[in-house]
Design a protein. Sequence first.
Length: 96
Amino acid sequence: MPKAYVIVTEDIKDEEGMEAYGKAALPSIMQSGASILAFDSQPQALEGEWHGTRTVVLEFESAEAARAWYESEEYQKAKELRLAAADSNVAIINGL
């Protein structure tokens, strides 16, 4: 089964709210077995316009594991903080 990646772009409106989100989200990420592969406040778009002021890439063992983390009760509590503090795009990308 191929690995899967969750890519999050965030246009942050409330830095303190995002700090609270990070503290709340990290335990659920670690508990899921995911790895944080990238965290960048200045991605270099090669074409078009990139959404947001921060991009995060998480690696999971599978798309099912990524979805289970995203839908978990633990992450749902953190997600509310992110939604209040930033406009975000979140996607699961299947690995090869």
